[in-house]
Design a binder for this molecule. Structure first.
Ligand code: UDX
Ligand code: UDX
Length: 469
């Protein structure tokens, strides 16, 4: 029997490849709001899938509100599985939500996105698909990736028809469920052909089950792909702008929070994303900007590339500046001194620490011989050690040195032991619990003079860079 040449528009089964920070929460909400659709999230990582199928209190991702959504949907119309082939075959619509890290090798090293997993997923779909499918790019991708996915699918699969949509995810970690339920906008890019439009409509319908039509924007594929990179670049640019001004504030005696407030009250500027910090982290900002820089260079736009690259350079400067301030604050040396890092996650309310500033600050302190003691309410010891190992691999640090550094990294299950007899405290994540600690009691356990370096400006100002206690 010949396969149909028209795309099936009635969506009864969705498959999502990649059960990560984006795939997991997004599919949970789609399942919650579309009880008539069966959603199967697949992943090559069996441990991750087991965790998604395990107790609600230990899902692989910590997100406020996520376990409640999973509780309502799992086993009804939401399933987590490692049987990728079956899920692909059954689905009319397949989301690709695998990770796209910055390339660490070859052409574009250090800038371009590594599309290995995207290509593998496309080949996998092409190989096993036995009906027409709508493929949705959820992963953040360079412009014109949809074209390449289509080429791969067409080459792998004989007679089936594929429509490729771009549907970038704008959720922020820590507020993922709220962002999904109440999205400012959903963006869907598709081909302007008849079947392209039908595929777009099918996806619009899914989001329209809980979001009004006005918030669902449809564009061409390239605009949609580029919008994601541009949105992240603009958000990160605001943080680098305010962080660059924080350096000037520290020299001049101006107060960066007062500055942020004054700037943000201009309704043309707005108050969001103007919080000075120890630098932005997370899996997206740096990767997406570097990717944008690579794209601009590829098209010969050197000035544009340099403009955006500066956002990442200021972020690196901010992280280094923070570590230097600690060293200077301790009379120029942290050698053999206990330094406490409060917070490892890249922001509060997540257990994700990808590209967290804490990794880089810790590394600088270890280079100077410091003994780093770490406490985070959500991030586990293994992850911290993996983060450091990953950085050291990329810096090609010798095994001897790695061993020496590891001996100076100490993980704590509780903030009091982490803080006891510390020469300096560095606050790197804005966890609410850090604000509510009884700092007057903690003071008596710290080495004198007390040094608290608040990388998030969350503790009362009198504690920062001043002798207290
Ligand atoms: C996502 C996007 O996909 C990325 O492009 C965007 O910029 C940030 O958000 P995220 O969900 O955060 O990535 O990544 P991660 O939590 O690492 O999840 C990806 C999952 O895909 C992993 O569980 C991994 O095991 C899985 N995977 C990867 C596959 O199932 N198959 C593969 O071939 C590769
Ligand atoms: C970001 C985008 O916000 C989201 O739309 C996109 O889908 C993925 O990338 P995420 O990285 O999860 O989301 O978190 P975000 O809240 O943007 O924070 C990123 C980093 O910037 C964090 O380290 C955060 O602490 C820092 N930040 C944020 C600041 O330093 N100051 C601010 O004012 C805001």
């Amino acid at each position: 029997m010949a396969f149909k040449k028209t795309i099936i528009m009635k969506i009864k089964n969705i498959c999502c490849i990649g059960a990560g920070y984006v795939g997991g929460p997004t599919m949970s909400v789609i399942a919650l709001k579309n009880p008539q659709i069966t959603v199967t999230v697949v992943d090559i990582n069996k441990d991750r899938i087991d965790a998604w199928n395990g107790p609600l209190e230990s899902l692989p991702i910590f997100e406020p509100g996520l376990s409640e959504v999973v509780e309502q949907t799992r086993g009804k119309n939401l399933f987590f599985s490692t049987d990728i082939d079956s899920a692909i075959k059954k689905a009319e619509m397949i989301f690709i939500s695998v990770n796209t890290p910055t390339k660490t090798y070859g052409e574009g090293k250090g800038f371009a996105s590594d599309l290995t997993y995207i290509e593998q997923s496309a080949r996998h779909i092409g190989r096993v698909a036995n009906t027409d499918k709508i493929i949705v790019e959820k992963s953040t991708l360079p412009v014109r990736t949809a074209e390449k996915i289509k080429e791969v699918l067409d080459a792998e699969s004989g007679d089936n028809k594929f429509e490729i949509l771009s549907n970038p995810e704008f959720l922020a970690e820590g507020t993922a469920i709220e962002d999904l339920l109440n999205a400012d906008r959903v963006l869907i890019g598709g081909d302007e052909t008849d079947s392209g439009k039908k595929a777009v409509d099918a996806l619009v319908k899914i989001y329209n089950s809980w979001l009004p039509k006005e918030r669902i924007l449809t564009t061409n594929v390239w605009s949609s792909e580029l919008s994601k990179l541009a949105a992240n670049a603009m958000l990160a640019q605001r943080i680098s702008s305010i962080n660059s001004l924080s350096a000037l504030c520290e020299k001049t005696g101006a107060n960066i929070d007062e500055l942020s407030k004054a700037i943000g009250m201009d309704s043309r500027i707005g108050s969001k994303f103007l919080k000075a910090s120890v630098g932005f982290g997370g899996s997206c900002f740096q990767k997406d900007i570097l990717n944008l820089v690579y794209l601009c260079k590829y098209y010969g736009l050197e000035e544009v590339a340099e403009y955006w690259h500066q956002v990442v350079k200021i972020n690196d400067f901010q992280k280094q500046r923070f570590a230097k301030n600690i060293i200077e604050g301790l009379n120029g040396t942290v050698n053999k001194k206990k330094i406490t890092i409060l917070g490892w996650a890249f922001k509060k309310d997540t257990n994700d620490s990808r590209e967290s500033s804490s990794i880089y600050v810790t590394h600088h302190l270890l280079e100077e011989g410091g003994e780093v003691h770490i406490y985070d309410p959500m991030v586990k010891e293994n992850q911290i050690l993996d983060d450091l190992s990953y950085l050291w691999e990329s810096l090609e640090i010798s095994d001897n040195l790695k061993e020496k550094y590891f001996k100076n990294v100490h993980f704590h299950e509780n903030h009091l032991t982490a803080l006891n007899k510390a020469y300096a405290v560095a606050i790197l994540t804005e966890w609410d619990e850090f604000i509510t600690y009884d700092w007057s009691k903690i003071n008596s356990t710290l080495m004198k003079p007390i040094r608290v370096f608040d990388g998030r400006n969350i503790i009362n100002e009198k504690y920062v860079f001043k002798n207290i206690g």
